[in-house]
Design a protein around this ligand. Sequence first.
Ligand code: FAD
Length: 341
Amino acid sequence: MDRYDITIIGGGPTGLFAAFYAGLRGMKTKIIDALPQLGGQLIALYPEKYIYDVAGFPKVLAKDLAQNLIDQALQYNPTVHLGAKITDMRILENQLEDEGKPSQYFELDTEDGSTHQSYSILLTIGIGAFAPRKLKLEDAERFEGKGVEYFVKDKTKFGNKRLLIVGGGDSAVDWGLHLHDVAQSITLIHRRDRFRAHEDSVKKLFDSPVDIKIPYEVKAIEGNDHVEKVAIFNNQSKDREEIPVDYILLNLGFIANIGKIKEWGLNIVKGDIEVTSKMETNVTGIYAAGDIVTYPGKLKLIATGFGEAATAVNNAKTHIDPSAKAFPGHSSDMEAPPGSK
Ligand SMILES: Cc1cc2nc3c(=O)[nH]c(=O)nc-3n(C[C@H](O)[C@H](O)[C@H](O)COP(=O)(O)OP(=O)(O)OC[C@H]3O[C@@H](n4cnc5c(N)ncnc54)[C@H](O)[C@@H]3O)c2cc1C
């Protein structure tokens, strides 16, 4: 089995930038992600939203930032293993006569049945492997993929369609704002009489053509092979109405879970992994960065994840090769990456 210098678990923005840095440091690198595509939250949760606080980009669409990070990371040809959620980890003695390699290595199992070996691990698992919160309604499950959606991967799918958005947080409100130009009509329902979204976005929503109904809930979904109609009701007055729709976008939040990684013996504080200023966890050889970590003053932002990725990888390099310096030098003084265009 191929043994890697570093295995990066989580291909979100932090993991992708870490993969670039690991390539720059000449490390044999593997990225593993539970999702079928790279990009983490940028691609899975908000590909069509603009981000305004990434250094060097006055504004950038989440999907474009993800693509740039993927292009940058893949220049050093890391191995990429997708659709594989990491579960178990074992620490084993290194029997190979690899000069200068650590005396121990890690073996990792994934839910797809594969096993991976690595001298160091970088956990960039964000909020954990995430799954959308489902509507407690049998009909919703029956129509999944037939008009009931949890993610917007491509907003053209809703072009000229009648859409019902369900939810009262930032995602529901933002999708209302981003899709009303594309969809034929949008009704947005929320079960409470107040939204949990950014105040300014809620104000914009009320000024938009979106038909807002609060406090409303879904009662039933009807259709043959695809959603055709939805019954909604006011949970205070009990008034009920039926509206013809082509798609229902459920934005009810996410249940994120770091799963079995909780059992690895890492220091976990309020669900986050505690790290030092070198982004080391309490287990030698395991580093962590991005949304999953905690330290005094931690901010969960893309920008901070980038810095943490560089710190983690460069310190992991010194774990693999104690003669190496943590400081990588300046990339502007180096040769272009092999995959550089
Ligand atoms: C709607 C929305 C808008 C946002 N807007 C901004 C913004 O404007 N600016 C900003 O700075 N931040 C923003 N954020 C936050 C930002 O997206 C996160 O800070 C960032 O994605 C964290 O990156 P990450 O790489 O640490 O984790 P993630 O992006 O969460 O990536 C983690 C990856 O790890 C994978 N994973 C998890 N567990 C496992 C496992 N056990 N096995 C294998 N793979 C696993 C996941 O599938 C995922 O792909 C926003 C977030 C949301 C939801």
